[in-house]
Design a protein around this ligand. Sequence first.
Ligand SMILES: NC(=O)C1=CN([C@@H]2O[C@H](COP(=O)(O)OP(=O)(O)OC[C@H]3O[C@@H](n4cnc5c(N)ncnc54)[C@H](OP(=O)(O)O)[C@@H]3O)[C@@H](O)[C@H]2O)C=CC1
Ligand SMILES: N[C@@H](CC=O)C(=O)O
Length: 414
Amino acid sequence: MTRTNITIGLFGFGVVGQGLHAVLERTPGLRARIGRIAVKDRNKARTLPTELFTFDKQDLLDDPDLDVIVELIDNADEAYVIVKQALLNGKAVVTANKKMLAEHLPELIELQKNTGVPLLYEAAACASIPVIRNLEEYYDTDLLDSVEGIVNGSTNYILTAMNRDGQTYGDALAKAQKLGFAESNPALDVEGLDARNKLVLLLAHTFGLVAGPEDLLAVGIDRISPLATAYAREQGLAIKLVAEARRLPEGGIAAAVLPTLVAPSHELSNVHDEFNGLVTQSGFADRQFFLGRGAGAFPTASAVLSDLSALTYGYRYEYKKIQQNAHLNLAPDAAEVDVLVTFTDEANAPDEADFTVVHEQFRSAQRGSYLTGTIGLGQLARAAWLRQAGVCVVRLAAPLRAAVSVPELAEAEA
Ligand SMILES: NC(=O)C1=CN([C@@H]2O[C@H](COP(=O)(O)OP(=O)(O)OC[C@H]3O[C@@H](n4cnc5c(N)ncnc54)[C@H](OP(=O)(O)O)[C@@H]3O)[C@@H](O)[C@H]2O)C=CC1
Ligand SMILES: N[C@@H](CC=O)C(=O)O
């Protein structure tokens, strides 16, 4: 699509859809107008003329006057049907739906290849921060070793509100919802699943590794215990929800979403409220840091707007890293991680045999108990105790790294 005057078929007129309408009115750079809007609720009052709205998706998908479909609804299954049909109908698509993308990425990549129709989704990872296009284009020839970031705005907003402003978890979550940062189902945010969906996208554009969300370990912020919070505070560290993907020296990628202790000297420690931040480490450029708003109407709409503009000059993702790194795999059993595990009593205590090394143990009937230790990433993902009520796992400040076997460790210590 290379026209400069574009007509949009918009699905969804919620936080981001209305944000897009507002930014289109104000941008000096793109001549685009919304031709039709599909929504769901027939009883909702709308701020635009009624004749612009429809409740039938075919009114948009079959309309030859609409140049591009912008998909901004909060239902991933329905979004998949819409996006697939739009591509098959030859309509370029812009979407912000990370859940839909993460669940169907291999098929959507194939569909773009087979139809020759572009699908852009800058808003789906880190909202206003242009991470996807930078990873895809700017870093197309550099050797990316890792990406590590705060990629969910709501959870960062909640953690900031609790730790800096003294709000309760419940109040902070309610405020994140009210401000339009949270997903319609906020469990996606607080359980780390939204961050995991974004990690799927980052893996594809950083390393060319197309994984399913269920292949990645995700632990959210919903079970961070008072003891873990106190531990972090005593050490002068912040707890942040961090998505990380790292190339291991022997090949393979370690990737996970985990609440993480972050030192004051780390770039991510200064990422507050609904902001996101991403640190890239690469062979030539070395370390770089991206910061910006990770949720909200205008920041997210700004990324959708940029994708619309990109479509007008014929831009599409080439998935260059997939071509370069066709054989890269996730290697959770080749990686290890240092963790703090807090638990309420012996009934939910972690199995020490799962750990390569246990560093520290603390037991208190009043305060709760904890241990710190090193554990294989695959082992942690499989551990039954991880999902038990009253158990909280937080990554210590060290990054994911290649696993050292016990004999190697003994040799190194001798
Ligand atoms: N909010 C944010 O900060 C960000 C959101 N996103 C993503 O953007 C998308 C939209 O989020 P957001 O705007 O916050 O969501 P909202 O809940 O604010 O709005 C959702 C919209 O989708 C419409 N809708 C739901 N189902 C259908 C359907 N089957 N057909 C047509 N319309 C439908 C709703 O219609 P109705 O108005 O009739 O209820 C509503 O207008 C989601 O995928 C989200 O994950 C991405 C980055 C940031
Ligand atoms: N719920 C998401 C919205 C943006 O992707 C978040 O909080 O990051």
